[in-house]
Design a protein around this ligand. Structure first.
Ligand code: ASP
Ligand code: MG
Length: 460
C-alpha cells in the first residue's frame, strides 16, 4: 500500500483535476490519497479572514466565491446527478459552517490562532469531498475521512503543529485498515489534525506533505509518493539555470535543506516523521507520471556528484542588531528571539559576532521585526540596520561533509565572477553551506557555482 499526496499546484481547474482523477482511477486502488486544497483556496480562506474582520458585508462574497469555484469544477468532474447533489450537500454544509466562523470572527474583532487554523482547514475539506464524489460517480469505490473522525492527533500547537505519532498510528490503523481491505480508494485531507482538546491544528503552510508522511508512517505504507506539477528536485532552479538537471536520488538531509531555503518541492518537515521507518519518498510529476522523478531515501548512496544542488532564495532580508560584546551577552539573543516570536515572526537563521547579531528573516517580516525590536526597553542595542537587497545562495550535498575543498571551489567560482559574498553560514548542517550576495549578483553567482560543479566554468 502506498500513501500518495497530491499538491494544490496540480489542482488548478476542471481539466487538470480530471487528469488527476484518471491517474487515481488507474493507479489508485487500495492506496491512501492525502489531498491539498485546490490551487489558491487556502490563500483565499486566509485573505477572507482579514476581509471579514474589516467588513461584515464582505463575508457573503468570500463564501460565494469559494462556492462558485468548487461548483464550477464539480460540474466538470461529476457527471451523474446524484453524485453532484451529494457533493453540493457536502459543500453547502461546510460553507455554512465557514460562514458562521467568519461572522464569529467579525463579531469578536479578533483572528485568534484557533480560528485561523479552523478556517484555513476548509480548503482540504472541500477537496476530499469533491474527489470522493467524482470517483464514485465513475463507479469507483471511494470515500473520505476527516482527521477528527479518525483521530489524527497533534500536540495542539496552532499554525505549526506536530503529529502525535503513537496515538495517530493506533487510531489510523483501527479506522483505516478495514476500509483498505474493502479495496476502497481513501481520501484524507492534508494540512491539519486534531489536538487532544479537540481543536483543529494545522501543520503550517504547505503542511500537507507532512500530513502525508505521518499517514504513511502510521499505516506502514511501502512508500510515500508526492504528486506534483514538476519532475522533482533539480540541480538548480531551471528558470535561472537552463542546463539544470533532475536529481535522481537524494538523502533526507539534502531534501530537508533544499526545502528549507529555496526549492519549493517538499515541506521541509516532511522527513521528520519518516526517520525511524526509513520510508522512501518518491516525487512524481503528474504531467509525466512514468518519469523516474526524484527519490528521497534515508541515506544517499555514495555520492557521484559532490554537491547535488545550488539553491537560492530571494525572500530574505537581514536585520542587523549592533551592540557591544553581544557574543558575550547571551541574554540578548533570547530577548530578541522572544520579541519576534511574539509577533509571529520566524527567524530563518542567526549569525552572531562580538559586535553584531544578524537575523535572517523573510523579507515581508523585516519591517515588523525592526519595529518589534526597536520597542524593547531597556534598549539592548546601539543601532538597528535593515538590509533588504540580499539573496541567499546555498549549496547542498552529502559530499560537503565528506570531501575537502568544496567551499573553496564554491567561493572561487563566485569570486571569479567578481561577486562579493556578504555573509556565510557553514557548520550547522553537515550537508549545506549558505551565503548571501547582493540581489543583483544572484544570477551570476548561481550560474557560476552550477557550472563549476556540473559543467564547464563560465560567468554570466
Ligand atoms: N493548502 C495548504 C497550503 O496551501 C496546505 C498544503 O497545500 O500543503 O498551505
Ligand atoms: Mg496549497
Amino acid at each position: 500500500m502506498k500513501v500518495i499526496k497530491i499538491g494544490g499546484g496540480s489542482l488548478k481547474d476542471g481539466e487538470s483535476i480530471e487528469h488527476i482523477l484518471n491517474l487515481i482511477a488507474s493507479r489508485g486502488q487500495g492506496n491512501i490519497f492525502v489531498i491539498s486544497a485546490l490551487n489558491g483556496v487556502t490563500d483565499a480562506l486566509i485573505d477572507g479572514m482579514y476581509a471579514a474582520l474589516d467588513n461584515e458585508n464582505s463575508i457573503a462574497r468570500i463564501v460565494n466565491d469559494l462556492k462558485s469555484k468548487h461548483t464550477r469544477v464539480a460540474r466538470h468532474l461529476i457527471s451523474c446527478s446524484d453524485g453532484f447533489e451529494e457533493f453540493r450537500r457536502d459543500l453547502d454544509r461546510s460553507l455554512s459552517e465557514l460562514d458562521r466562523l467568519y461572522y464569529g470572527l467579525n463579531f469578536t474583532r479578533e483572528i485568534t490562532p484557533r480560528m485561523r487554523d479552523m478556517i484555513s482547514s476548509y480548503g482540504e475539506r472541500f477537496a476530499v469531498e469533491l474527489f470522493a464524489s467524482a470517483l464514485r460517480c465513475r463507479g469507483t469505490s471511494a470515500t473520505y475521512r476527516m482527521p477528527e473522525e479518525i483521530g489524527l492527533y497533534t500536540d495542539g500547537k496552532f499554525g505549526d503543529a506536530t503529529a502525535n505519532l503513537r496515538k495517530t498510528t493506533n487510531n489510523l490503523q483501527l479506522h483505516l485498515t478495514p476500509l483498505l481491505k474493502e479495496g476502497t480508494i481513501l481520501f484524507l485531507p492534508g494540512f491539519f489534525g486534531i489536538s487532544e482538546a479537540g481543536d483543529i491544528t494545522t501543520f503550517g503552510r504547505g503542511g500537507s506533505d507532512y500530513s502525508a508522511a505521518v499517514v504513511a508512517v502510521a499505516m506502514q505504507a511501502e512508500t510515500l509518493e508526492i504528486w506534483k506539477d514538476v519532475d522533482g528536485f533539480m540541480s538548480a532552479d531551471p528558470k535561472f539555470v537552463p542546463e539544470a538537471q533532475l536529481i535522481p536520488v537524494l538523502s533526507y538531509e539534502e531534501a530537508a535543506e533544499l526545502s528549507y531555503f529555496g526549492a519549493k518541492i517538499l515541506h521541509p518537515r516532511t522527513v521528520e516523521p519518516l526517520r525511524k521507518s526509513k520510508l522512501t519518498i518518491n516525487i512524481k510529476n503528474t504531467v509525466n507520471p512514468d518519469g523516474p522523478g526524484s527519490l528521497i531515501t534515508a541515506r544517499s548512496p555514495r555520492p557521484k556528484k559532490v554537491i547535488k544542488s545550488v539553491t537560492h532564495d530571494t525572500d530574505i532580508g537581514i536585520l542587523k542588531i549592533h551592540a557591544s560584546a553581544v557574543g558575550a551577552r547571551p541574554g540578548i539573543l533570547a530577548q530578541v528571539a522572544g520579541q519576534l516570536t511574539e509577533r509571529g515572526i520566524n527567524i530563518k537563521s542567526v549569525v552572531t559576532s562580538q559586535t553584531c547579531i544578524s537575523l535572517l528573516l523573510a523579507r515581508r517580516d523585516l519591517e515588523t521585526g525592526r519595529e518589534a525590536i526597536k520597542s524593547l526597553r531597556p534598549r539592548p542595542f546601539r543601532r538597528l540596520e535593515k538590509v533588504d537587497d540580499v539573496a541567499l545562495v546555498g549549496i547542498v550535498g552529502e559530499g560537503l561533509a565528506k570531501r575537502e575543498g568544496i567551499a573553496a571551489r564554491c567561493f572561487a567560482a563566485v569570486a571569479g565572477c567578481k561577486v562579493n559574498v556578504e555573509m556565510i553560514s557553514f557548520g550547522p548542517s553537515r550537508v549545506a553551506l549558505y551565503f548571501l550576495v547582493r540581489t543583483r549578483d544572484l544570477h551570476s553567482a548561481v550560474n557560476a557555482i552550477h557550472s563549476t560543479f556540473f559543467s564547464v566554468p563560465r560567468c554570466h
